[in-house]
Design a protein around this ligand. Structure first.
Ligand code: KDG
Ligand code: MG
Length: 402
């Protein structure tokens, strides 16, 4: 089998998505996601101008060699743009492989290790009372695990909490808008939020929380310690992770489990975190981490240190990445949990997918390959629109992490 054509589709059914289609001389095609929130066109250009011309005529079954060719052979390594572009190719090739062998991708990764994939939902509200109502809604819908964020009195709009009654979408169209942040107020507020959630919903429900990289290690240590009575499943992105050793300080102060990695694009971003057992869950996703080929190795490395996966699954990861993640989650032994932020109806009409949700668990389907197809006529209805994540400043105007 030979690759004959590769093309990039950019569509915006409510938010932007970059999709790669690889075609072969045997009439089988595969799809890969190359969406990088707020930097979509950079990945599309990397694919069109630099990587795809090198793919024509290659054997799509050679996923290992092609991945190494793109990673080692290009001289420049890592970085979210390049790794998302490589991921789009890698995932599309695994889709082709599954279709050609007439088997779901999870069978190529070791077969089923479990019956379903536990997912967590996002509950939020402008204050604690509204957040509790949202938790109740998700619990009623069958979720066994729920991330809880709430607006903070005195801070206006908070990242992770929708404005008004709109559905939550992290990126907003146009140029980046700005939000305000105060660590002091947040640290006082968050333990109260979880005290109320536990009181209202009991011990059974898994609770998660995302700090969006805004704390110093010692502030994260304090928060983790104060959240201990409420037994969180995880505290996510407590501190920026460029300096991996910062997590040692957090670990020394709390037993609250730590998840990190949605901005990682290489195992080298997490190497010290994993080998020192400073984290419990790795969130690096298939799209931003380079595809199935490197993530399988990263997960196996993490397993040696009792670190489990908890893949990023926000709306900027397209249904192709969602399907890919579910195949991966079903197959690997050290799966922990999968994030789920359901896509809007328009997106589901563009990406026809087979995965299902029942009682808090998802299944990728037994369709050969990934089980996702792109409706190109639907996709053509939605033109790219510039959109960005918000920028955050402290109350005195100092820029902080998002
Ligand atoms: O692209 C970034 C968003 O997907 C991210 O900010 C959402 O933090 C997020 C999460 O945990 O889903
Ligand atoms: Mg996050």
């Amino acid at each position: 089998m030979k690759i004959t054509r590769a093309s990039v589709n950019i569509t915006s059914p409510g938010r932007n998505f970059v999709t790669l289609k690889i075609e072969t001389d045997e009439g089988i095609h595969g799809l890969g996601d190359g969406t990088l929130n707020g930097r979509e066109l950079a990945v599309a250009s990397c694919l069109n101008e630099h990587l795809l011309p090198c793919m024509i005529g290659r054997d799509p079954f050679q996923t290992e060699d092609i991945w190494q060719y793109l990673y080692r052979g290009g001289y420049w390594r890592r970085g979210p743009v390049l790794m998302s572009a490589i991921a789009a190719i890698d995932v599309a090739l695994w889709d082709i492989k599954g279709k050609a062998l007439n088997t779901p991708v999870y069978n190529l990764l070791g077969g089923k290790s479990r019956e379903g994939v536990m997912v967590y939902a996002h509950a939020s509200g402008k204050d604690i009372d509204h957040a509790l109502e949202d938790v109740a809604r998700y619990k009623e819908a069958g979720y066994k695990a729920i991330r809880v964020q709430s607006g903070i009195p005195g801070l206006g709009s908070a990242y992770g909490v929708p404005r008004g009654t709109n559905r939550y979408e992290p990126a907003q169209r146009g140029l980046p808008h700005e939000e305000r942040w105060s660590t002091e107020i947040y640290l006082r507020h968050t333990p109260r939020l979880f005290e109320r959630v536990r009181k209202a919903f009991g011990e059974e429900l898994h609770l998660l929380h995302d700090c969006h990289h805004r704390l110093t290690p010692i502030e994260a240590g304090r928060l983790g310690k104060e959240l201990e009575p409420f037994h969180l499943f995880w505290m996510e992105d407590p501190t920026p992770a460029e300096w991996q050793e910062g997590f040692k300080t957090i670990r020394e102060h709390t037993t609250t489990p730590i998840a990190v990695g949605e901005v990682f694009n290489s195992i080298w971003d997490a190497h010290d975190l994993i080998r020192n057992q400073w984290i419990d869950y790795l969130r690096m996703s298939l799209v931003h981490g380079g595809g199935f080929t490197p993530l399988k190795k990263a997960a196996d490395f993490a397993a040696l240190y009792h670190v489990r996966t908890g893949f990023h699954g926000a709306t900027d990861l397209s249904p192709i990445t969602m399907a890919a993640a579910l195949h991966f989650d079903l197959a690997i032994h050290n799966f922990g949990i999968q994030e789920l932020m359901p896509h809007n109806e328009e997106t589901n009409r563009v990406f026809l997918h087979q995965y299902t949700f029942k009682d808090g668990m998802m299944h990728p389907s037994d369709t050969p390959g990934l089980g996702v197809e792109l409706d190109e006529a639907q996709a053509a209805k939605y033109k790219y629109q510039r959109a960005y994540l918000p920028v955050n400043r402290k109350l005195d105007g100092t820029l902080t992490d998002w």
